[in-house]
Design a protein around this ligand. Sequence first.
Ligand SMILES: Cc1ncc(COP(=O)(O)O)c(C=O)c1O
Length: 431
Amino acid sequence: MNINEIRAQFPVLDQQVYGKPLVYLDNAATTQKPLCVIERERDYYLHENCNIHRGVHYLSQKATEAYEHARQTVADFIHAKESREIVFTRGTTESLNLLATSFEHLFPLLRGCPKGGGLIPEPQFPGQTHRSAPTLASPKVLVTAMEHHSNLVPWQQMVQRHHGQLLVVPMDDKGVLDLEQYEKLLREGPQVVSIAHISNVLGTINPIKQMIAMAHEYGIPVVVDGAQSMAHHPIDVQDLDCDFFVFSGHKMYAPMGIGGLYGKAEWLGKLPPYQFGGEMVDTVSFEKTTFNVLPFKFEAGTPNVGAALGLETAIQFLQSLDRKEVEAHENQLLHSAIQQLSEIDGIRFIGQAEQRSGLVSFIIEGVHPYDLGTIIDKMGVAVRTGHHCAEPVMTRFGIPGTVRASFALYNTLEEVEIFVKAVKKAAMMLR
Ligand SMILES: Cc1ncc(COP(=O)(O)O)c(C=O)c1O
């Protein structure tokens, strides 16, 4: 992996802020975009822009073909069986809202069974022509103590509407989930399990394959929030056997405003639509509407075609690299950062799991994370401070927030050194 060649593809990195070279370590919030992605989106608007799926003319057909090709590329990238299992959305948040809303309408049709039998969806969804949800009998959704608000609030709001309950898998002081408690909570009969693959605060890589297999023992479908994993680790949804996998393009070198939802075809087929309007319908009269086939049933209105093509290019960019080498490089950055930061008096790492991805969260005794972030910004170093949209994680550790440095394939060991030096200097100034 030639880092200089890679960095040359990310022009935004080559700039000064406050007279210092930019050190961008806020990749868990969003990654920078390579030139090929920017150019692909630009090209679309320069030469191909057209609304898709409903035109007989040349441009419309070309744009439709390109958009469906992008869908196939996403499917291949995560090893989905078929491209109709990929729904384009605005990103992880929209994918999770889609699922929480659609499951809300499916829940009354799921019946709980003891271990081995599980929740058996009825073969058809009879309410396909309307959306009035029957009252649920106390729905339960199982999440973990380390979820991003996006994988918590949509489920919480949904279960609360029906006087149901969120079941929460606890974690230990290192940020590792308690699988014994998980097993116990599965026995309480949640209708859905929804878990982060990688925590955006702690960096913990959860043992999702094992957790999926455990939930399936009870017949419970599993949603995986892959927002923090797609850019950094190869994903095989068939090997994981997850029922749903959601992600955001902008966290994997693609444009903002595009992301996806993978769902096993049999599940997507059962879930009712999320939004209504053009494109997602088959036939419409004043009396009745029937819905389009997968995946179009879930793609109401005009999609972000240009961004979907940018996402395809971002995937091709990742595929052009040796993913194992990328993993090893990001791991090296992480461990170098941890080792150097450990020298700071009063540092406390938040998240110390053995299985972890390329980000480090910490606080320093007597120093507010916000003040530290503000000072190192003036030294050119961009990190994130605060609760990282995971307030329950902050409550769990009894802290107001953390400083989080998150790495991407274009970061260097020199940048890690600059970052740690900046942190040390800021901590001295603030104490
Ligand atoms: C684990 C996790 N889930 C969900 C999200 C939400 O992603 P988006 O804002 O792209 O929808 C994020 C964003 O940081 C995240 O880290």
